[in-house]
Design a protein around this ligand. Structure first.
Ligand code: SF4
Length: 383
């Protein structure tokens, strides 16, 4: 039986009959199954799906919505997988006209923006450069920590970690340990894409396989490095592929508890080989699909504390609505976004703190500024 809202039940009762047993599970705090999650994705009862996600989120996070004053830094777009990841517009060949690799001084210079803004986190990811050694990254982290001792460094995806292990001829655990020794605070969740072997062979054949991506994150968790996890949606994957992907993340989280946040990433097809092949350039994921990816993520990943909307990909408006669909993290200021904008994003390349705070307050939520580890660092002082 669906409980009334006054007794902790859903704000919206399902009108689709097949959702009623799922809603009862969610109300009862019971874990949903693979089939339940597929049914949620395939349902057109969006408000009921959102209400279930909202209930799960309120139990975990109340009306708090986190945001971070962060700065993205992308040290190189040179990537040995530029022909492999057909969904990506960012990675290029070393000899490409627009190829770039920043010197450490250039990285430090870009990071100086942190002195003009109250930055709490550097988010550092890039291409798989064939020649850059591990010391480039450990020196970078040490240099950033010396110059900005209060700023957390969240850096390098599992794919980059595995690449550095191959470059150095060591194992990925050693790479993680050296990064940790240099001052790494957390790892982002990119590179997961979709774990389904069939989808992976279509969009990123020969890229780090699912079990290897999961292994690198398991190793990071064992070393005490918190990480994020992601799903790239909106290309050739099915609802079942999305759900199977999330269940592998849920299984690892049961084992390690090391994931902080799940972030569904909406694919942008512009300037990509896959976008051209599918004739999708200029198109974007729909708002309903964006909200479902977030809401089903919130319901299915009942053991991951936070769900983040990436406003750069789904727009500020959808992100604000998502705060009532199970989302408790609105990303951050970003400052200078490059990767999604090479694929046609028409969102800003950064937001200021006041704008983020206003988006959250206007949604009836309480903004909480956080660091990379989800410690509350400040109540917003701005009005
Ligand atoms: Fe390189 Fe990452 Fe783009 Fe793949 S998705 S081509 S690994 S930058």
């Amino acid at each position: 039986m669906i409980l009334p809202r006054s007794e902790g039940g859903l704000a919206v009762r399902p009108r689709a009959r097949n959702l009623i047993p799922i809603a009862e599970k969610v109300e009862g705090g019971e874990r949903i199954s693979r089939e339940d999650a597929i049914a949620l994705f395939e349902s057109d009862d969006l408000l009921a799906v959102g209400a279930m996600a909202d209930l799960v989120n309120r139990r975990l996070n109340g009306d708090r919505v986190y945001y971070v004053a962060n700065q993205h830094i992308n040290p190189t777009n040179v990537c040995i997988l530029n022909k492999v990841c057909v969904f990506c517009s960012y990675g290029v060949r070393p000899v490409a006209d627009d190829a770039y690799t920043m010197s450490l001084d250039e990285v430090y210079e870009e990071a100086e923006a942190a002195r003009r803004a109250p930055t709490r986190e550097f988010h550092i990811v890039g291409g798989l450069h064939p020649k850059l050694p591990l010391s480039y990254y450990t020196d970078m982290i040490r240099g950033l920590k010396e110059r900005h001792p209060t700023v957390h460094v969240k850096a390098l995806t599992a794919v980059e970690i595995a690449h550095l292990a191959r470059v150095e001829g060591i194992d990925s655990r050693q790479v993680l340990q050296e990064l940790l020794d240099a001052g790494l605070d957390a790892m982002p969740g990119g590179g997961a894409e979709v774990f389904s072997p069939a989808v992976r062979s279509t969009i990123a054949d020969r890229k780090l396989a699912a079990d290897e991506w999961l292994r690198v994150h398991r190793e990071a968790h064992e070393l005490g490095i918190p990480t994020n996890c992601t799903l790239l949606y909106g290309h050739v994957e099915s609802a079942a592929d999305r759900v199977d992907h999330m269940i592998l993340l849920r299984d690892l989280q049961d084992e390690t508890g090391g994931f902080s946040t799940f972030i569904p990433l909406a694919w942008h097809p512009d300037n990509t080989a896959l976008g051209r092949e599918l004739g999708l350039e200029g198109q974007r994921t729909g708002g309903v699909d964006d909200l479902k990816a977030l809401a089903v993520g919130r319901i299915l990943l009942d053991n991951v504390p936070h769900i983040k909307t990436h406003w750069i990909m789904v727009t500020r408006k959808v992100s604000q609505i998502a705060l009532s669909f199970g989302v408790d993290d609105l990303e951050g200021t970003v400052v200078l976004e490059k990767i999604t904008h090479t694929a046609g994003a028409d969102t800003p390349i950064g937001l200021d703190l006041q704008e983020i705070i206003d988006l959250i307050r206007d949604a009836g939520k309480t903004p909480v500024e956080r660091d990379s580890l989800y410690n509350s660092v400040a109540e917003p002082a701005v009005a």
